[in-house]
Each structure stands twice: as structure tokens, then as C-alpha cells.
Design a protein around this ligand. Structure first.
Ligand code: HEM
Length: 119
């Protein structure tokens, strides 16, 4: 179970990195769009996140339900915004919204009762 949790966390963080990387790679560009890194990253982060929450619940480290619900809500909104705008140019405002939502989900993961501790 611990190995599965670590593998899912690893995949989850790779998804998050692809999403943020795909967003930041366009930071200086006048014309922005949903690139494949953002699409695949958002999908990977949400699917692995849900699985991770499931594994944590099944094990002995019950995750904070409210935290998971907030993460799921933010994740689903990100995924919906990404999937709804796949083949079109997106506004600076939408790009910034997706970036801020992504950063918000990292903040929730790190600061809101983390399931694992470093110290
Ligand atoms: C695109 C949206 C998301 C981003 C950017 C994101 C980002 C992250 C990051 C960076 C971590 C690592 C934090 C750490 O090392 O402690 C993390 C952990 C985690 N995420 Fe996500 N996440 C997203 C969506 C989700 C969703 C939808 C769920 C579940 C419904 C979820 C559940 C979790 C869980 C259970 C952990 C481990 C928490 C812990 O160890 O305290 N995430 N997330």
C-alpha cells in the first residue's frame, strides 16, 4: 500500500509539473493556448489525485475529507477549463485563472494537513 501511495504521488506530481510547466512556458507569449502538456498534466494530476485519495483512505492515514473535496473541486474546474478550450486561443485572463487555480491546489496540498510529514 505504501509503495502504491508513493507511485501515485509520483505520477500526481509529474502531472502537476506538466500542467504548471505547460502554463509557464507561455508566460511571455502574447497568444496563449492549451498545449498538450497542460491537457495531459491536468488529466494525470486529477486521475492520480483521486486514486491517491482512495489509497490514503483505504490505509491508515485517513486524509482530511474537506481538503480532498476542495482539491477535487479545484482540479475538476481546471480540467473543465482546459478541456473546453483545447483547440482555441485562450485569453490572458483564462491563462492566469488556470495558473492561479493550479497554484492554489499546490498550496492546499502542502499547507492543509499534509498526509505525510518531512520532520
Ligand atoms: C490539477 C490539480 C492538482 C494539482 C496541481 C495538485 C498538486 C499537488 C502536489 C504538488 C502535491 C504534492 C504535495 C506533497 O508533496 O505533499 C499533491 C498532493 C496530493 N494531492 Fe494533489 N493536485 C491536484 C489535484 C488533486 C486532486 C483532484 C486530488 C484528489 C481528489 C488530489 C489529492 C492529493 C493528495 C491526496 C495528495 C497527497 C497529500 C498529502 O500527502 O498530504 N490532488 N497535489
Amino acid at each position: 500500500m505504501e509503495t502504491l501511495r508513493l507511485i501515485l504521488l509520483f505520477v500526481h506530481v509529474l502531472g502537476f509539473a506538466a500542467l504548471i510547466g505547460g502554463l509557464l512556458a507561455q508566460a511571455g507569449e502574447a497568444s496563449k493556448r492549451v498545449n498538450s502538456a497542460m491537457r495531459d498534466g491536468a488529466g494525470t494530476a486529477v486521475v492520480a489525485g483521486v486514486a491517491l485519495a482512495g489509497v490514503l483512505s483505504a490505509g491508515d492515514q485517513d486524509p482530511d475529507t474537506t481538503k480532498i473535496a476542495v482539491k477535487l473541486l479545484i482540479g475538476v474546474v481546471i480540467l473543465a477549463l482546459v478541456m473546453a478550450n483545447l483547440r482555441t486561443e485562450i485569453s490572458q485572463r483564462l491563462w492566469l485563472t488556470i495558473l492561479l487555480l493550479s497554484i492554489a491546489n499546490v498550496a492546499v496540498a502542502i499547507f492543509w494537513s499534509p498526509a505525510h510529514h518531512w520532520v
